[in-house]
Design a protein around this ligand. Structure first.
Ligand code: GDP
Ligand code: IMO
Ligand code: MG
Length: 425
């Protein structure tokens, strides 16, 4: 059985937790997109893991981990993550496979991300400053790109770096009056990265095809959320990859027909970090209550997340975009105590009502939500372990989402820990 877990909102839906749970039955967990902009939290007992590049399966000793070609890899961050896991007695030797074709995020990408955002001022995207956009731009541009395979041939890497850094220095000097970057310093870091990462660099497509032929169970771990998808999200307030399930094929070479189940992860409400439209946002006491109760602060940047009601217009669209068969709804525990809950069932855009998520960010920005209002519940759900035990109002809330989105909710989150999940049937 091959499963794919994808976020259906603007990221941070709880994918890390769902992947960790499903990884129990997986032989291999595959990250196929994004980079260290992702922050996936896994909590096992008292130990908290915040994974950025490493697939969430890493915390299980017997699970192989693939960082596929679609990921942009910051080698320094990846090594920090490998070392951090080693400190918690988790060893990746012999079970980590990094695609030779994955592009490398280097210091000049992170610098460019910061310089560009600073220059945009109030129009900035609010990126994670992890160099994601500049690295994917170099990938598409081709002439100034470096891939993980380049760490295996350091002499050629040195030549390529000299050409790239000269180009970047001209560009950053002219556009941002920036100090020149030192090629030598970046090259020296790459030599260190090469020593640690070379044993893990592989042809991951071949590895995955052999695993499929051998009947292994694969679990694909999406990063970000479908509303941040470069082509289908709220452009330009998106990330630079196809973060919906559509990114799977190009991101790892495995076509979608090999996936038996696409599991879309949502929160029982909506959050967003960074700039961009968010029709159901509650920039008020309700949003503040959700933020505090749900600990809604970014895993990667620590920024407070914007919070709002569940947006069923957005999720109906992204569930379709992801070919989603079932939904995992996290954070139902967080909503306890709110007297009333709202679900956005339609948008009013320039006076016209629509249930289809608009194709451009300006219309999403202009959208006013049409809500259904449901009664809340006061019960603490954190110890609930079966669907039947959930309060009636919680079940009604889930049913209302299912009715609008048209996809069953099969996993329910009632707390951040691995054990705090309910499986329906
Ligand atoms: P990801 O990027 O989709 O993996 O999500 P993040 O890890 O960035 O953010 C999700 C946050 O919600 C993390 O702090 C999780 O520990 C936490 N979380 C996940 N599921 C639940 C849940 O059902 N209830 C509560 N209270 N917290 C949850
Ligand atoms: P996970 O995998 C939430 C957002 C940033 C910003 C926009 C562009 O943890 O769900 P980027 O650095 O990618 O150029 O930033 O995308 N963003 C995320 N928001 N969760 C994420 O990942 C995100 N990755 C990027 O906040 O608005
Ligand atoms: Mg996250």
């Amino acid at each position: 059985m091959n499963n794919c877990v994808v976020g259906l909102q603007w990221g941070d839906e709880g994918k890390g937790k769902v992947v960790d749970i499903l990884a129990e039955k997986a032989d291999i967990v595959v990250r196929y997109g994004g980079g260290a902009n992702a922050g996936h939290t896994v909590i096992i007992g008292d130990i908290k893991f915040a994974l950025h590049l490493m697939p969430s399966g890493a915390v299980r000793d017997t699970t192989a981990c693939v960082i596929a070609n679609g990921v942009v890899v910051d080698p320094g961050t990846l090594i920090d993550e490998i070392n951090g896991l080693a400190e918690k007695n988790i060893n990746l030797d012999g079970r980590l496979y990094i695609s030779e074709n994955a592009h490398m995020v280097l210091d000049y990408h992170k610098l460019e991300d910061q310089l560009r955002e600073a220059a945009l001022g109030k129009n900035k995207i609010g990126t994670t400053a992890r160099g994601i956009g500049p690295c994917y731009a170099d990938k598409v541009g081709r002439s100034y790109a470096l891939r993980m395979a380049d760490l295996l041939d350091l002499d050629t890497l040195k030549e390529k770096l000299a050409k790239i850094v000269a180009y970047k220095n001209k560009l950053f000097g002219a556009l941002y009056n920036a100090e020149p970057i030192d090629t030598e310093a970046i090259y020296n870091k790459c030599c260190e990265h090469s020593k640690v990462l070379s044993p893990f660099i592989a042809n991951t497509t071949e590895y995955l095809y052999k695993a499929i032929d051998a009947g292994k169970n694969l679990l694909f771990e999406g990063a970000q959320g479908a509303l941040l998808d470069l082509d289908h999200g709220t452009f330009p307030f998106v990330t630079s990859s196809n973060s919906s399930a559509l990114g799977l094929g190009p991101g790892c070479g495995v076509p979608a027909q090999h996936v038996d189940r696409f599991i879309g992860v949502v929160k029982a409400y909506t959050t967003r970090v960074g700039a961009g439209p968010f029709p159901a946002e509650q920039d008020n006491e309700i949003g503040d209550t959700i933020r505090i109760k749900g600990h809604e602060f970014g895993t990667t940047t620590g920024r407070p997340r914007r919070c709002g009601w569940f947006d069923a217009v957005a999720v109906s669209f992204t569930a379709r975009l992801g070919g989603v068969n079932e939904i995992a709804m996290m954070h139902l525990d967080t909503l306890a105590g709110l007297a009333e809950l709202k679900i956005c069932k339609a948008y009013k855009v320039n006076g016209k009502e629509t249930t289809f998520f608009p194709g451009n960010a300006a219309d999403v920005e202009a959208a006013e939500c049409v809500y259904d209002t449901l009664p809340g519940w006061d019960e603490d759900l954190s110890e609930t372990r079966t669907f039947d035990e959930l309060p009636e109002n919680t079940k009604n809330y889930i049913a209302a989402v299912e009715k609008i989105v048209g996809v069953p909710v099969t996993i329910v989150g009632v707390g951040p820990k691995r054990s705090q999940a309910i499986f329906r049937d």
